[in-house]
Ligand binder design. Sequence first.
Ligand SMILES: CC(C)(COP(=O)([O-])OP(=O)([O-])OC[C@H]1O[C@@H](n2cnc3c(N)ncnc32)[C@H](O)[C@@H]1OP(=O)([O-])[O-])[C@@H](O)C(=O)NCCC(=O)NCCSC(=O)C[C@@](C)(O)CC(=O)[O-]
Length: 306
Amino acid sequence: MTLPTRVKIIDVGPRDGLQNEKQPVPAEAKIGLVQGLQEAGLREIEVTSFVSPKWVPQMADNAQVMHGIRRQDGVRYSVLTPNLKGFEAAIAAPREEWPDEIVVFGAASEAFSQKNINCSIAESIERFAPVVDAALARGIAVRGAMSCTVGCPYEGEIAPEKVGYLAGLMKGIGVQRVDVADTIGVGTPLKVRRAIEATLAHYGIDAISGHFHDTYGQALSNTLASLEMGVWNFQSSVAGLGGCPYAKGATGNVATEDVVYLLHGMGIDTGIDLDKLIDAGVYISEVLGREPHSRVSKAIRTKRCG
Ligand SMILES: CC(C)(COP(=O)([O-])OP(=O)([O-])OC[C@H]1O[C@@H](n2cnc3c(N)ncnc32)[C@H](O)[C@@H]1OP(=O)([O-])[O-])[C@@H](O)C(=O)NCCC(=O)NCCSC(=O)C[C@@](C)(O)CC(=O)[O-]
């Protein structure tokens, strides 16, 4: 078994992490979070989503946030765009405020697709196709998020064949890389491996990222299981922020701090400064009025206090 020697982490905290917050989070705080993450060495950050503000009010300040971030060379900034309306809104600003990558988001579960984006899987692909074309024509990269690749809050366990089917549809419309997401954090290593194997029928290992929520405390195990398959792109949220508005009871993504500690402990390079990352997590947690949901953050902050 050869493990990757380096891993790329996409911090999805500003988007996935904050989208479900009930309290208002000022755009300035979201901008400050992006700043803290890039200063900590993150090279990919999912900043916001251009979705309906009626569906996800917390992301209504998308344009303001994209306008406010201070871009750093070498950092890729991505946003979610579920349809052409969202894509057009994402590129309504001057070129320098465009996202580097857009994310279309589908689900391996029909029920989740309906609840999350109000259409069937097949309809979602029809909607995404012109978005993908429009993005690629403008030199904007395209990622596809695949939700519920292990389990669904409405349908229960999801068969790997459904994941393979969705991955094939994504590939068919030109999506360049995909996230295998355990939206509700029910996955365990063998199930996650099967979902990734099904995706490998359509995408190479370099084009697959692992996106694990930590509801049942399995996300680090699932990260390790994916690493052992050669996956080297992962998504996580600083301070373990998050939860999907259409996945009741699901907690946040695995904390970036915990993933970085795991990887560094295995001698795998991430380019991330763990201390600065912890500070970014503390910053946003103070805005939200709670402690970071990261065991590593807690342990290191306790040690800092002597
Ligand atoms: C997809 C829609 C828009 C369909 O929603 P719909 O109601 O079917 O859309 P519609 O086309 O019928 O339009 C209805 C209204 O929404 C407006 N609208 C339409 N599109 C947009 C847009 N892009 N931006 C702003 N406004 C929009 C449109 O203009 C219209 O406005 P009205 O005439 O009523 O005033 C809706 O279902 C939606 O916004 N869903 C968002 C769901 C979401 O953001 N979920 C969380 C992200 S997914 C996730 O977290 C999972 C992930 C990625 O992290 C991976 C994982 O862990 O699984």
